[in-house]
Design a protein around this ligand. Structure first.
Ligand SMILES: NC(=O)c1ccc[n+]([C@@H]2O[C@H](COP(=O)([O-])OP(=O)(O)OC[C@H]3O[C@@H](n4cnc5c(N)ncnc54)[C@H](OP(=O)(O)O)[C@@H]3O)[C@@H](O)[C@H]2O)c1
Length: 343
């Protein structure tokens, strides 16, 4: 029964891949109505509107943002456009869901946060992974002490990418934002960051291995890549065990809790067949605690639910992905994309 739930009018800036993905998610959502799309081209706006049954197609942002039926603007443009598009949408009084990364620098992300604050409008980076059940459960288990005191995170997101499909920004901003924002959500703001960056011919980051140092000696080793196939997992190690969010890190469904008390694996010197089997059985015992935590649809619906719930409650930020998390994520790696730092 959805009759009593509030409904929200959405508009999308951009007509590319994510715009199309989210248009389908919004079309299927009982609380959402996709009312407008904006493109730089009238023909693309009309074609996109026709494919997604959107009533209004615009080739300019001003009339699009003046549409009174749109409360929420989803920004699905390249990262270097996010700052300008967020500011324009907020100035027009719209709530904003902006694709990752929120901006290309922490300074620009801070300006977006200030504009959202001044306009008293909701604004969130579309870090959809953070709303998936496996991630929520990871946070719950850590808070419940399931692995003792967590001290280290190892995570990566890297996939070899065809030249034609390369993102507009480098690996750190395009891919790194997932493991980095997850690490910061769990461990807070780092004191220090170091990076080993592999450059593309054009000078942007093709791959990077980033080390973050947090208070109380906690660390995170985070990888991202546009050129090789990384583990795409997140492993959180603690004094009593280890949690693994299995591949794919962007939308995991498998979560393994391994206890350090299961005993060491691979003891040498075992003479009998049974003794030799023991390490394997110990390993199985650890992995017995793997659970499947499914997400709904293709996973993006969970962040849409968060946007609706926050706006319905009169909140201008998400408690799960606040703008401070987006800013801190960018601050941790500010300048690593540029060839002057960390190369
Ligand atoms: N959450 C996820 O799973 C996920 C996955 C992939 C990408 N993303 C993010 O989503 C955003 C869009 O990525 P995408 O893969 O959808 O890119 P895309 O296919 O290239 O689409 C971007 C769209 O932005 C519009 N645009 C406006 N100003 C532009 C400009 N100056 N240059 C180029 N395009 C411009 C274009 O539409 P018009 O030509 O009609 O104006 C274009 O189709 C990025 O921030 C990316 O990081 C998120």
């Amino acid at each position: 029964v959805t009759g009593s739930l509030p409904r929200f009018g959405w508009g999308i800036i951009g007509t590319g891949d994510m715009a199309a993905t989210m248009a389908c998610v919004l079309a299927a959502h009982p609380q959402a109505e996709l009312v407008a799309v904006a493109s730089r081209s009238q023909a693309r706006a009309i074609a996109f509107a026709a494919s997604h049954a959107i009533a209004n197609a615009y080739a300019a942002l001003e009339p699009f943002l003046a549409n009174p039926d749109m409360q929420i603007c989803y920004i699905a443009t390249p990262p270097d456009q996010h700052h300008a598009h967020c500011l324009q949408a907020l100035a027009a009084g719209k709530h904003v869901l902006c694709e990752k990364p929120l901006a290309t620098t922490a300074c620009d992300a801070g300006a977006i946060a200030a504009a959202a604050d001044a306009a008293s409008r909701f604004c969130m980076e579309a870090l959809w992974t953070h709303f998936l059940p496996a991630v929520t459960e990871t946070e719950r288990l850590l808070a419940a002490g399931a692995i003792g005191t967590p001290s280290h995170i190892a995570a990566s997101f890297g996939l070899p990418t065809e030249p034609a499909a390369l993102p507009a920004c480098g690996a750190i901003l395009d891919r790194g934002c997932y493991p980095i924002s997850l690490a910061l959500r769990l461990f807070g703001t780092p004191d220090r960051a170091e990076a080993m960056v592999t450059r593309s011919v054009a000078g942007s980051a093709a791959a990077a291995d980033i080390m973050l140092h947090f208070p109380a000696g906690r660390t995170a080793a985070l990888g991202c890549s546009l050129v090789d196939y990384r583990a795409n997992t997140m492993v959180i190690s603690g004094s009593a065990g280890r949690l693994t969010l299995h591949e794919p890190i962007t939308h995991p469904t498998l979560l393994t809790l391994a206890s350090a008390r299961a005993g060491p694996v691979g003891r040498s010197g075992a003479k009998t067949r049974v003794a030799r089997l023991l390490p394997a059985l110990a390993l199985l015992a650890r992995h017995r605690r793997t659970r499947i935590l499914r997400f709904r649809g293709n996973g993006y619906v969970h962040q849409v639910d968060e946007v609706h719930a926050c706006i319905a409650d009169g909140r201008t930020q998400s408690g799960v992905v606040p703008l401070a998390l987006s800013i801190a994520t960018l601050l941790a790696v500010d300048g690593f994309e540029a060839p002057t730092r960390g190369s």
